[in-house]
Design a protein around this ligand. Structure first.
Ligand SMILES: *Cc1c(COP(=O)(O)O)cnc(C)c1O
Length: 413
């Protein structure tokens, strides 16, 4: 064990201004959970609220709860809270649907704002669902829209006068590389394109300033760093300047200007509500609201500072203990360019991640060979990082990873 880093970890824990947040989450004793970037830990408050929501609001209140428990405004209410985390104003974010569906909504809205252009551009290494949704829009367009992926370095140069919208993930899901949102947005807009930012690994993970970057649209997950629970509703941001002209393609009744007027013709709601489609998932929103509320209590500058310190410690400890074990760091070494995760490649990455689970260290694996460790400052201790790297060292040096059951690929990784 590295004495220096271990001593430093204890000292950092002792003076950690965010240490008090850990007790707000339900975390089994002994578990080192480095997967909050995939499914965040449950806030204790969420369990209480869910019981209340199903017993008092659903079972007792039944249909009166749409007004009595304010179910009807939940997408907007939770969206306003998320807006506060992202440098957006109240009324610019709505909590709804999945990230994939919101990508579809944002892309089609952007296309409607940029008539005469027909290309949706992204980088080849973007998260698969981003590609798939682009391909779906293109396929449905009857040839008027094209989905195009280019190498990350070539992205800005590839914005030509046919590119209507660029879809980019701010923090790369594998490497954790942070894209400069303000710079890329300005470059794209200068070339006449709009940008949709995927904030799945940004929201609740790094400071985000959507309006400071003059962003057009953004989407992101509720179940990752926002701790909203499995399958939590996602969110969609649309800059206020786009509300009136952005035409919803998923023009469901909850996005209508007067849903309960039951008019035959669709009229889009004037504000962010036009990006709603159908009846909101109230129970999912109830859980998500608890996660978002905790995040809103935390100081984002402190959160970022701890996130950087956790990842610096992780990398220092890996350098010291595991440098000759086949791991290659694929996250940026410069902390300014790194989100709240560290990722390595290793030829036996899959089996190592499985073996770590048996030692109560949860990370995740992304094909073909990436081990990802999410660092969530609200419930992780510096001590946990030291113990996690000790487990990685042990799993590899003992040969423990090399068992048939660890090589057996599961349906979900
Ligand atoms: C996790 C993730 C998603 C997930 O989309 P869902 O529709 O919520 O499953 C989308 N984009 C990125 C970049 C992600 O990391």
């Amino acid at each position: 064990m590295s004495g220096v880093n271990s001593t430093r970890a204890n000292a950092l824990d002792a003076t950690d201004p965010l240490a008090g947040f850990r007790d707000r989450f339900q975390l089994r004793e002994g578990l080192i959970y480095l997967d909050g970037n995939s499914l965040g830990v449950m806030p204790k408050r969420a369990a209480e609220r869910m019981v209340e929501a199903v017993t008092a609001e659903w079972a007792e209140g039944l249909i009166t709860s749409w007004l009595g428990a304010d179910w009807v405004n939940a997408p907007r209410r939770v969206g306003d809270k998320i807006a506060g985390l992202l440098g957006a104003e109240p009324g610019e974010v709505i909590a709804a649907d999945s990230t994939s569906v919101n990508i579809f909504k944002a892309l089609t809205a952007a296309l409607s704002l940029n008539p005469g252009r027909g290309t949706i551009l992204t980088e080849t290494t973007n998260f698969p669902t981003d590609h798939y949704m682009m391909q779906g829009v293109a396929g449905f367009s009857g040839g008027t829209v094209r989905a195009k992926g280019v190498e990350p370095e070539a992205l800005v140069d590839a914005i030509d006068d046919d590119v209507a919208v660029v879809l980019l993930t701010q923090v790369h899901y594998k490497s954790g590389l942070i894209r400069d949102m303000a710079a890329v947005t300005a470059q794209a807009q200068a070339k006449g394109a709009l940008v949709v930012w995927d904030l799945s690994h940004s929201a609740g993970a790094i400071p985000v300033d959507l309006n400071g970057a003059n962003a057009d649209f953004a989407v992101g997950c509720g179940y990752k760093f926002l701790n909203g629970g499995p399958g939590a509703p996602a969110f969609l941001f649309a800059a206020r300047r786009h509300h009136a002209a952005a035409r919803p393609v998923l023009s469901g009744w909850f996005g209508h200007a007067a849903p309960f007027a039951f008019e035959e013709g669709y009229r889009a709601a004037p504000g962010i509500e036009r990006f709603l489609c159908g009846t909101p998932p109230v129970l999912g929103l109830t859980a998500l609201e608890c996660g978002v509320a905790i995040m809103a209590e935390a100081d984002m500058a402190q959160l970022r500072e701890k996130s950087v310190a956790l990842s610096e410690l992780f990398i220092a400890e890996m350098d010291e203990r595991c440098s000759d074990l086949g791991f290659v760091l694929i996250s940026p070494r410069d902390p300014a360019l790194r989100g709240s995760q560290v990722s390595y490649t290793h030829p036996e990455g899959y089996a190592i991640v499985q073996a770590l689970k048996d030692r109560d260290v949860t990370g995740d694996f992304r094909a073909p060979d990436v081990l990802r460790f999410g660092l969530t400052p609200l419930y992780l201790r510096y001590r946990d990082v030291i113990d996690a790297v000790a487990a990685i060292h042990e799993v590899v040096t003992s040969g423990d990873w090399d068992k048939p059951e660890y090589r057996q690929r599961a349906a979900v990784t």
